[in-house]
Design a protein around this ligand. Structure first.
Ligand code: ATP
Length: 177
């Protein structure tokens, strides 16, 4: 079993990495989906749920909710998208020997431009709101996760180059498992 965690600020390119990993036979578990599921049940904004879930059940809750999903996938290659706190890394490292974290870095300016263009429901064209979202993510400890990750991919150039770099890295990690 090979389990990789993926971290990056909004708009850094996590979705792109997940699609490539999926093409390479990885099962993808999106931590954002866990939050969105819970937000739907509560009828509230996912941003609020992400903060409230941690306040109500502690810093480990989102990672804990991933474990049964991982256990359901026997002997596979798994990528967990959207790790946000060192507590989550701690849980995965404890449960799964050889767990590694890949982080993606793009500048704030580049990420804002991409999200403005992407226009997903929760994307904003308002810079102040974008910065607030960044602050919320950093508040979970995402900066620490990125700073202590095992691998980093810089995503500032053309999409094609980023995809090539991602494939190369995933192949290397998969080979070494
Ligand atoms: N190098 C690149 N050049 C151009 N566009 C890119 C590049 N990398 C990513 N994108 C585009 O930027 C947008 C954001 O990327 P993506 O959805 O993968 O980010 P994310 O990290 O998953 O963001 P979020 O956390 O907000 O879901 C997408 O529309 C994606 O296709």
């Amino acid at each position: 079993m090979k389990i990789i965690g993926l971290a990056g600020m909004p708009g850094s390119g996590k979705g792109v990495v997940s699609s490539i990993a999926e093409e390479m036979g990885y099962h993808i578990i999106r931590m954002g989906d866990i939050i969105r599921e819970e937000a739907k049940k509560r009828g509230e904004d996912p941003g609020k749920t992400a903060v409230r879930l941690r306040k109500e059940h502690g810093e480990y809750i989102i990672a804990e909710k991933c474990i049964p999903k991982i256990e359901n996938i026997k002997n596979g290659k798994i990528l967990i998208e959207g790790i946000r706190s060192p507590h989550e890394v701690e849980i995965f490292k404890k449960h799964y020997k050889g767990f590694k974290v890949i982080s993606i870095f793009s500048t704030q300016r580049t990420r804002f431009k991409r999200l403005r263009k992407r226009g997903r429901k929760d994307d904003t064209k308002n810079y102040k709101k974008f910065v607030e979202r960044d602050q919320r993510e950093l508040g979970f400890g995402l900066g620490d996760v990125i700073a202590t990750s095992d691998y980093i991919i810089i995503n500032e150039g053309p999409l094609q180059k980023f995809k090539e770099n991602t494939k190369k890295l995933l192949k290397k990690i998969t080979r070494n498992c």
